[in-house]
Design a protein around this ligand. Structure first.
Ligand code: NAP
Length: 281
């Protein structure tokens, strides 16, 4: 039975991925942060889902989880690690508390490296284990390539994740471990409900109050056209099982306007388009 670790399995893309992998006969170790989430996930997915309890900021807890998975695998290798857990705090960079920036870098970027280091022996660096080397699938974002105003910390963390993934692909090749990045556009998950936080009222009265409000309205409209998380679960399953996965997969609605053109246009032209959309003069 092939086994995979999926971080952030309590919700959204992580939950859909854990569910699909279990359905396809995988043993899934899904990370959650609370006992209630662990119980809910086990009740929904049954014994092939083993909850792991850790926060991506907590190195010792991640190490304990890796020991738990090692004990369950015996001498076998882990076939997949899906780095999915993440969070987003948007706001004007001139006013956003440094703690918001740090949380996004610590969880989305540094937390991913913590998890990779902990599970690396199970994926292939421990040569005493048997089985094909595992694959690392990392959920980045369109924000890993294109930065919208008011997404500085999130986008920096995802740009960093793209760099970390390039480094993993090039370094971990010595173990035969393949590294794949998925770059989603808008996905219909609870992350959208978490973006509008009561404490963000603090931005209302500053120079960017009106612009940030307009950004949130435009962003919420983009969320209306979001793809379901099951599309990403299917893509994760594909890249874990296809013979020769590509290094990167972008998946979104509005491919031309949200992905191809913004990456082709000169910076100044894209600046003008975004300024026009948000009313920045
Ligand atoms: N939804 C989109 O439109 C979209 C677009 C591009 C990229 N993405 C990326 O897709 C990934 C999954 O997001 P989603 O949309 O499925 O969001 P979601 O429904 O909010 O799920 C996020 C998951 O990450 C977990 N998580 C958050 N902070 C954590 C921490 N400190 N330690 C451990 N786990 C933590 C959450 O756990 P709790 O339930 O305990 O908070 C939850 O399980 C993220 O990396 C996100 O950046 C999403």
């Amino acid at each position: 039975m092939r086994a995979a670790v999926v971080t952030g399995a309590s919700s959204g893309i992580g939950r859909a991925t854990a569910a699909l992998l279990v359905e396809r006969g995988w043993q899934v170790f899904g990370s959650v942060r609370t006992e209630a989430q662990a119980e809910a996930l086990s009740a929904e997915l049954g014994p092939d889902l083993v909850p792991l309890r850790f926060d991506l900021r907590d190195g010792p807890a991640i190490a304990r989880a890796a020991e738990q998975v090692a004990a369950a695998l015996g001498a076998d290798r882990l076939a997949g690690l899906v780095n999915n857990a993440g969070l987003a705090h948007f706001g004007p960079l001139a006013q956003q508390p440094i703690e918001d920036w740090q949380a996004q870098i610590d969880v989305n970027l540094t937390g991913t490296l913590r998890v990779v280091q902990a599970f690396l022996p199970l994926l292939g660096s421990d040569r005493a284990r048997s089985g094909a080397p595992g694959r690392i699938v990392t959920i980045s974002s369109v924000s890993g390539r294109i930065t919208l105003p008011f997404t500085s910390g999130y986008s920096a963390s995802k740009h960093g994740l793209e760099a970390l993934s390039d480094a993993m692909r090039r370094e971990l090749a010595i173990y035969g471990i393949r590294t794949i990045v998925i770059q989603p556009g808008a996905v219909r998950t609870p992350i959208w409900d978490k973006i509008d936080r009561p404490e963000d009222q603090r931005f209302q009265d500053g120079d960017f109050g009106g612009l940030f409000a307009r950004f949130k309205t435009a962003f919420a409209a983009a969320g209306e056209a979001a793809l379901p998380p099951e599309r990403f679960a299917a893509l994760v399953h594909h890249v874990l099982t296809v013979r020769n996965p590509r290094p990167r997969y972008a998946l979104m609605r509005g491919w031309l306007t949200h992905w191809t053109l913004p990456r082709l246009l000169p910076d100044r032209t894209l600046d003008r388009i975004l300024a026009g959309q948000l009313g920045i003069s």
